[in-house]
Ligand binder design. Sequence first.
Ligand code: ATP
Ligand code: MG
Length: 424
Amino acid sequence: MAVMSEHEAVGGREAEAAVRDRTESGPHELCVLMKLGEIVLKGSNRSLFERRLHNNIRSAARGLNPIKLTRRGSGVVIVRMPDASDTEVAELAHRMSDVMGVVWVHLVRRVPKELDTVTRAAVAEMEGRRGSFAVRARRRDKRFPLTSSQLAGHVGAAVVDAYGLPVDLKRPENTVHVEVDKDEVFVFTDGIPGQGGLPVGMSGRALVLMSGGIDSPVAAHRMMRRGLKVDFLHFSGMPFTGPESVYKAYSLVRQLDRYQVGSRLFVVPFGKAQQQLKSSGTERLQVIAQRRLMLKTAEALADDLKAEALVTGDALGQVSSQTMTNLKALDDAVDLPILRPLVGMDKTEIMDEARRMATLSISELPDEDCCTLLTPRQAETAAKIPDLRRIEKRLDAEELAEHLLAGKKLHRPSFLGDEAPEKV
Ligand code: ATP
Ligand code: MG
């Protein structure tokens, strides 16, 4: 007969009871705990930020079971989905990790404020794990009878009893968090990193010039992260190219819709206007003249949409249209500010970010970019603004921009699935 020490017997029983508790619904409800970032630093208008964040959380949870949302102390939001399965709550946590303004997302067990139950929940969280561990306890309700370090010590001892794992307070391989609130305790281990930044919509609206390339989706993500709600504008080379670039822009926006929900993509066929520019004798200025016409069209649309800025994926010196002189010539085309969040980034850094956002593989699909149509053999790297203005005067670029805009089509690529395109 196997001989069991008293220690092992107690530990074994604790572990069994813990696992039993965890699989039963009721006191060990699984929910999502979110830690907020910069919002915490906001002063008097903090409640505005929080209201916006809560609305964004509700939008991101669209289509799932109804949620209950509460704020706790400084910088913590709890999202509950009563009666949902663990898989559904895990999907909720995944969606929450895309909500801007959130730094960490944890799947947590919500347990009553009883020391034994809390301890058993913590032991259950460590089931099947290897390596060292630490318990981090925190009290948002200071009336709890144990201090944080007493609580951590108690729970830690039970984990050692149950599994014999070594404690390492400095560099633990596993961390069990126990957070005591007013009416309940939250127990959890790992988290999913959030996006950080500010809630989308907090900084106003902007219009992103969205090619099918690598850079513009990353630029859009960076600006959404700073609280801008964005619309997207794509110029296709149609009727002289196929629709591939539109499909790519559509898929990219669908992917980016995770971060803001409710995205609009406007598509403008640009091929004929490119040809008109070419016939007016642009020569080495063709690319930069095209980009200025895109910006003018974007500015007219931004006006309709009440967007206060344009966003592009320009990075200084990456291609010939992005020399300092040419960026200045682009700025000259419009009155609205052009935000260029990638201006100081290397291509490899931009690609790493695109990989993390899962847009890189879409951007790398082949397409016929409208800008490569009619590209001169040698593009101008130091465009002179008076030359560009002269070309635009001959063509009446402002009217051409209005005409282009009249041909736009609106799509609503949603991360939840396809919605029918619409003509506006
Ligand atoms: P990207 O990877 O975003 O395509 P790029 O390195 O290819 O950028 P350019 O082609 O010079 O550089 O474009 C610079 C920026 O101009 C893009 O990031 C985008 O904001 C805008 N732009 C270029 N082409 C288009 C297009 N077809 N439709 C809308 N915007 C465009
Ligand atoms: Mg491009």
